[in-house]
Design a protein around this ligand. Structure first.
Ligand code: PEP
Length: 251
């Protein structure tokens, strides 16, 4: 099994931040990124209003940035929505799509997630496509059916070449923000399943991140799994020290 894929750690700030606090956090991350192995890609996905700020502060550093969502539409009368092309104008690299909080609180279905991923790609962004099962689904033995269907909706809408340009994040819903991470074995099992699905589509080397209560003390074991290429990090991305320790664990 290839372990040559790029390692990647991306922070998801969710709806956190203030201008002054962001300056301090970003400075700490940039200044502390030196010891993170050069082969590890680092990114932070911030609330839309902070894109200009992160562009100004991170431009020229090794830390990339992105948004946490984009519209499924290109442009038009969609009050409150933000187009992928607008995000790209701020030098962004990533757009998270299909996060479980969007699926749960905004009714986003997988077909919409696929549209958003395509919009992101068209704008030159790398979509970070999130998939994950709830606790009920896991306990019912439906994990592979659920994450397989979520991924297939995206794969079916794309060519193999497009799929090769996405990042996929497996984020079990029961592990997000709960402090209860999947074990390395549980995560690897689902990642191997997703990897096979991606390989069947002709894109075996897609970056596959694990997300869900990743902390400095569990990151090494999670990231050592053959099909885990890094992490999507929520709560721990808000503390530079923790985020950097997780970044260092990825190689
Ligand atoms: C997330 O929001 O994508 C996430 C993984 O959150 P946390 O790390 O806090 O569980």
């Amino acid at each position: 099994m290839s372990k040559q894929r790029t390692k990647r750690v991306i922070g998801n700030w969710k709806m956190h931040g203030r201008l002054a606090a962001n300056v301090a956090l970003l400075n700490e991350v940039v200044q502390g990124a030196g010891p993170v192995p050069a082969g590890t890609a680092i990114g932070v996905c911030v609330p839309f209003p902070y894109l200009a700020q992160v562009q100004q502060q991170l431009d020229g550093s090794r830390v990339a940035w992105g948004a946490q969502d984009v519209s499924a539409h290109e442009q038009g009368a969609y009050t409150g929505e933000v187009a992928a092309a607008m995000v790209a104008e701020f030098g962004a690299r990533y757009a998270i799509v299909g996060h479980s909080e969007r699926r749960a609180y905004h009714g986003e279905r997988s077909e919409v997630v696929a549209q958003k991923a395509l919009r992101a790609l068209s704008a030159g962004l790398t979509p970070v496509v999130c998939v994950g099962e709830t606790l009920d689904e896991r306990e019912a033995g439906a994990t592979e059916r659920v994450v397989g269907a979520q991924l297939d909706a995206v794969l079916d809408a794309m060519t193999a070449e497009q799929v090769a340009s996405i990042v996929v994040a497996y984020e079990p819903v029961w592990a997000i923000g709960t402090g209860k991470s999947a074990t390395a074995g549980q995560a690897q099992q689902v990642h191997a399943f997703l990897r096979a699905r991606l390989a069947a589509k002709g894109a075996p080397d897609v970056s596959l991140l694990y997300g869900g209560s990743v902390k400095p003390d569990n990151a090494v074991e999670l990231f050592a799994q053959p099909d885990i290429d890094g992490g999507l990090i929520g709560g721990a991305a808000l503390k530079a020290e923790d985020f950097l320790a997780i970044c260092r664990a990825a190689n």
